[in-house]
Design a protein around this ligand. Structure first.
Ligand SMILES: [Zn+2]
Length: 496
């Protein structure tokens, strides 16, 4: 009984008594059968939840944002019942349970953040997220062998083994964080990751957009470097303080400007001859396209109209040139573009019902004009404005998987700075303005390297197939490791 309770406390967050009982059941089952009972998890009939509908999710996000940081499950329940369900036309339901609204908030990426922050919430193991996580890990580990590692008690630098024609790669991670003048209150419903900034009547805020690297901590020049390169800003950090005279919104243009005028010039001054791998959260803000990008969803079937003038492109095996604009200067539209590519069929519509309903079927490739265009290699290869800006400067770009804040080590930096701020700020507006920069500077480079080591440890666990609570447990237990030792991985895999 005692052992099973202890085990339950290690594995599960909630320590309900039945948790310990199921562990006793597993232990007995193991003794009798020499293997664990098959998990029933995920084998139940799947029901389709309303919240999985993208339109519903978008409406919820919009509402939650309009509420500032005052969203609670109860208020959200009111909104769902009084606005969403009545107008949705998809369901006859009129009420939902409070537990369901809480769950919906989790699915949408909102969690109740109190002092003790759990790393995991719904969305983390969603199939599309898991699939992207694998791509992300393959990509970052293909760069990792060109990176220095920091290990040991004093977090010493171990340079990468490079061939003479290889350049060293340095990971630079980014994120935005908002310090609120009401941060002193514990427990507010807030979104992790994407942070749209709203003007608010009370509770003013400062948003910080910062870049960190294991090599240098905060991305900034020291006094001497700054003197020698006076045309370059000393630090990459940018603040946005919403107020009467300000827009109050942090958009992708702000970030791209910060990357171009601060982060990249500072990086190139600090690390000449190195390539920066700039890592960002997977937020819609970071996925925004340039106005002339090849984006099927913005096109009309016919020429002209409101559609954007897109850039010239090439298609087919011979890289045949194609202008997206007619001789009279108006955009060609999908039909003309497809005719020129030999892909137009009589009777093709702009859209089809299956695509509108977002029915996901990778074998459906020619149901409508928009689908055909969106699957063209040049459209598939279209990168976001942020990524284009970084690639054009000769550096690299990567986006973290959604819901995986444990992989972006800057999250722990915000945590440490907020702890400092809580202890040293009375949360008046003047005190907040004074304390935020000090709070950020209170985190030193060694600490930042340790945060990064923990993120690498998580990545190592995930790429070895260890996820969820077990990963969280192992990441805590093997504190001093950047990679989890092989013999431990063998044991952990047995548990799973
Ligand atoms: Zn279609």
């Amino acid at each position: 009984m005692k052992a099973s309770k202890e085990a339950a406390q290690l594995i599960f967050i909630d320590c309900a008594p039945n948790r310990a009982r199921s562990i006793q059941y597993w232990a007995n089952f193991w003794l009798q059968n020499n293997h664990l009972p098959m998990s029933r998890q995920g084998k139940h009939q799947k029901t389709i939840r309303l919240i999985d509908d993208e339109d519903i999710a978008v409406k919820c996000h919009t509402w939650i944002r309009s509420q500032g940081r005052t969203t609670t499950p109860l208020k959200f329940k009111e909104f769902v019942e009084q606005k969403l369900l009545i107008n949705s036309g998809i369901t006859k339901k009129k009420t939902i349970a409070k537990a369901t609204t809480t769950r919906w908030l989790n699915v949408l990426g909102y969690s109740f953040q109190s002092q003790k922050q759990g790393t995991y919430y719904d969305g983390h193991e969603r199939p599309d997220v898991v699939e992207y996580r694998k791509l992300f890990l393959d990509k970052i580990y293909s760069y990792e062998r060109y990176m220095a590692k920091y290990e040991g008690e004093t977090m010493e630098r171990i340079p990468p083994m490079l061939k003479s024609n290889n350049k060293e790669i340095i990971l630079v991670t980014h994120d935005e964080c908002i310090f609120y003048s009401n941060d002193g209150k514990r427990g507010v419903w807030t979104k992790t990751g994407e942070l749209p900034l709203r003007k608010k009547g009370n509770g003013r805020s400062i948003m910080v957009s910062e870049f960190l690297s294991e090599e240098c901590g905060r991305l900034k020049l020291n006094a001497q470097q700054h003197q020698e390169n006076s045309s370059i800003p000393q630090e990459a950090r940018t603040y946005l303080k919403p107020g009467k005279d300000r827009e109050g919104y942090w958009t992708s243009e702000h970030l791209i400007d910060q990357v171009k005028t601060k982060a990249i010039p500072i990086f190139e001054t600090l690390f000449p001859n190195c390539i920066g791998l700039f890592a960002f959260d997977n937020s819609s803000n970071h996925a925004a396209f340039r106005h002339d990008a090849l984006v099927a969803s913005k096109m009309n079937l016919k020429p002209g109209g409101k559609q954007p003038k897109m850039r010239n492109t090439v298609f087919g095996l011979n890289n045949q040139y194609q202008s997206m604009v007619n001789e009279n200067g108006e955009p060609k539209g999908m039909k003309q573009v497809l005719i020129e590519r030999g892909l137009w069929k009589n009777g093709l519509n702009a859209d089809c019902q299956l695509c509108k309903d977002k029915v996901d079927d990778i074998t459906r490739i020619d149901c409508c004009a928009r689908r055909i265009i969106s699957l063209q290699p040049d459209f598939l290869a279209q990168k976001s404005a942020l990524e284009e800006a970084i690639l054009e400067a000769g550096h690299l770009c990567i986006f973290y998987p959604k819901f995986h804040c444990e992989l972006n080590f800057i999250e722990r930096y915000w945590g440490a700075a907020k702890r400092y701020a809580r202890e040293n700020c009375d949360y008046s507006w003047s005190s907040l303005q004074r304390v935020v920069p000090v709070a950020l500077e209170s985190v030193d480079t060694i600490m930042i390297r340790k945060f990064a080591r923990k993120a690498w440890r998580y990545m190592d666990l995930y790429r070895n197939g260890i996820t969820g609570k077990l990963a969280e447990y192992a990441a805590k237990k093997y504190k001093s490791h950047r990679c989890i030792p092989d013999y431990v991985l063998v044991e952990l895999n047995k548990v799973e």
